[in-house]
Design a protein around this ligand. Structure first.
Ligand code: SAH
Length: 250
């Protein structure tokens, strides 16, 4: 098994592959005012196994194109959608988020939770804008500083991990400079990291290690996530995900 196959397997039977909860999804959705509209065209980019995709399908009328790089996650999403009776409302597409086959103005709403960092916030905002109709919404969550200053160790970690890490004002400015007007934003609460993401992850570890005979590669994956969780516990006062909801200008 390759390293990436290990990481996929570690996340496969999870409800979410990043911080965020159904409540966060609905809170962000409120800012769009799209609930109640008919036949919406929606894209969910970096959908993973579709925690938020299913929430969107339950609360909006229309069709969702759910995109992820990894077919394994999409297969899981298709199973869940079938189970929930939502299979005909969701089409999955295995594709990279920087090489999407969409036409200009194809969507009323582009959603992306905990995923845009894969190509970078600014690049994603610029690339995806074209796929929205004027007046359509982009809703995206992105790692964000929530204090004016941070310990050097934390700064260094994130600068190495994701140099675009910044405060909300910078993210909002990027949206505005690229033809969007902010409709609202909020920070994910610590529970959206712990209850929705890290606690279920922790609970999956024994079974995951068992499944892989405690191989070196499996232990390496676990060690990396344990380190990430410990880091979050130490520094959670300083960072979270910001959820940004913005409307495409004319
Ligand atoms: N939105 C989900 C998953 C977030 S994790 C949730 O919040 O639970 C980030 C997701 O982005 C993963 O599912 C990963 O497979 C996907 N991903 C990573 N690089 C990608 C790329 N280049 N194109 C599309 N998806 C990508």
């Amino acid at each position: 098994m390759t390293d990436i196959a290990h990481i996929i397997d570690f996340h496969l039977n999870a409800e979410r592959q990043g911080p965020g909860s159904a409540e966060d999804t609905l809170r962000a959705l409120e800012y769009t005012g799209l609930a109640g509209r008919k036949e919406l065209r929606i894209a969910d980019i970096g959908c993973g196994t579709g925690g938020q995709t299913l929430s969107l399908a339950r609360h909006l009328d229309g069709h969702i194109t759910a995109v992820d790089l990894f077919p394994e996650f999409l297969a899981e999403l298709n199973d869940k959608a079938a189970h929930a009776g939502l299979r005909d409302r969701i089409t999955t597409l295995a594709c990279s988020m920087d090489d999407l086959p969409f036409e200009s103005g194809a969507f009323d709403l582009i959603w992306s939770e905990g995923a845009i960092y894969n190509i970078g916030f600014e690049k994603g905002v610029k690339l995806w804008r074209d796929y929205l109709r004027v007046g359509g919404y982009l809703a995206v969550s992105e790692i964000t500083w929530i204090t004016p200053e941070r310990p050097a160790e934390l700064e260094e970690f994130w600068q190495a991990e994701y140099p675009e890490v910044d405060r909300a004002s910078r993210k909002i400015r990027i949206l505005e400079e690229n033809g969007f007007t902010l409709a609202g934003y909020f920070y994910l609460a610590p529970e959206s990291w712990t209850d929705s993401y890290y606690h279920p992850m922790k609970a999956r570890i024994p079974d995951y290690l068992e499944r892989h005979g405690h191989s070196e590669a499996a232990r390496a994956v676990v060690a990396e996530y344990e380190q990430e969780m410990a880091f979050y516990q130490r520094f959670k006062a300083c960072y979270s995900y910001g959820f940004y909801i913005a409307r495409k200008d004319g």
